[in-house]
Design a protein around this ligand. Structure first.
Ligand code: SF4
Length: 355
């Protein structure tokens, strides 16, 4: 068994090298190679001094040593407009996770997974329909970002600007690994993604939201609501039974007060279920006093859920009620619906036998 270098913080990496008799400068060179250059091939690098080259020769790829390979691509799809690319990446133990690269004029956003499968069971979500498999390690989250940046660089672009943790899994259910990954991803000596450009998306794991506030984590927060009453919400989001809506909204208020940050609220619009103007009114009342931005997302249909996307007319009416109540409300395009861009859809499609 070897340990993945991508799992290590800079301090941990430096500690390993110093314990092996190397100097902090060697750790900086190794860190740059892995995270800034994004390479897993560390042999024969001209920028490595002889002691580091020897260390690489003795410690990389050997039993009890280290490894730095990025996950292999199991499959890939691209939307017809070419702007959204979705990768199914194979991890060491054969599990596959989805990573999506979304292109906007002059910039790209990576959407990464934090777990294989998910325990939250949202009824309209292909990942939720799979169930929970395991948490990802910090390095497996970091590696997805490196993969996206590598894809961009290979195509002559280098505009990875934003990161959203909205792929497979519930990030706050894997809190420690996610925070460790984000510290690596935002480290200026390496990937150097600005913390303000990172958004953590949660289905409403109240203890995680409170911990983010308590620890003053510098990342954006998006909360998936989908229902404005307890009954409405728990029909779609079973996690609501564990963390009821009233508790969730109280945690969001506490988060806003403690951090001074606004919160994105995600609302999947499902025809006849949560897309009426009356529901929009209830949502506005629920969020009163919170510095909220609401993202409205017409449902991405999945195989095991019969719900349909709200009509364009219903979406507009819903948005208008929120805007009239003073909330910024944006209709998010269903980016790359033709590449199964709802989380878990590509894996469900490509590996149905695993479910
Ligand atoms: S929507 Fe997110 S939290 Fe809900 S089941 Fe899917 S991956 Fe899990």
């Amino acid at each position: 068994m070897s340990r993945a270098l991508h799992d290590l913080s800079f301090a941990a990496l430096e500690g390993e090298l110093v314990a092996d008799g190397l100097r902090p400068a060697h750790a900086r060179a190794l860190w740059r190679a892995i995270h800034r250059d994004g390479t897993g091939d560390l042999a024969g690098r001209p920028d490595f001094l002889p002691p580091l080259r020897r260390w690489v020769g003795e410690r990389m790829g050997v039993e009890g040593g280290f490894c730095a390979e990025l996950p292999a691509v199991h499959s890939e799809t691209a939307s017809s407009d070419g702007l959204t690319r979705k990768f199914l990446l194979r991890l060491d133990d054969g599990q596959t996770v989805e990573t999506v690269l979304m292109g906007y004029p002059g910039r790209y956003t990576a959407c990464v997974s934090t777990q294989a499968g998910c325990a939250m069971g949202c009824v309209f979500c292909a990942t939720g329909q799979m169930g929970f498999v395991r948490h990802l390690r910090a390095g497996e989250i970091v590696a997805q970002v490196l993969h996206c940046r590598g894809v961009l660089r290979a195509g002559g672009a280098d505009g990875l600007r934003n990161l959203v943790l909205m792929g497979m899994g519930e990030p706050l259910h894997n809190y420690d690994a996610v925070m460790a990954a984000l510290e690596i991803i935002t480290d200026r000596r390496g990937i150097n993604l600005g913390p303000g450009r990172v958004t953590i998306s949660t289905v409403g794991v109240v203890p995680g939201i409170l911990r983010l506030a308590e620890e003053q984590r510098p990342y954006g927060l998006a909360v998936s609501l989908h229902g404005a009453t307890e009954e409405e919400r728990s029909a779609l989001v079973p996690a609501s039974r564990r963390w009821p809506l009233a508790e969730l909204i109280a945690a969001c208020r506490a988060y806003g007060l403690r951090t001074g940050r606004s919160i994105f609220f995600e609302w999947t619009l499902i025809a006849g279920q949560n897309d009426s103007a009356a529901t929009a009114g209830r949502l506005a009342a629920l969020l009163e006093g919170i510095d909220a931005h609401i993202n409205l997302i017409p449902l991405n249909p999945t195989g095991n859920y019969s719900g349909q996307a709200a009509s364009a007319e219903a979406v507009r009416a819903f948005q208008r009620v929120l805007q009239d109540a003073g909330f910024p409300a944006t209709v998010r395009q269903r980016r790359g619906i033709d590449v199964a861009a709802g989380c878990g859809q590509l894996r469900a499609e490509r590996e149905p036998a695993r479910e």
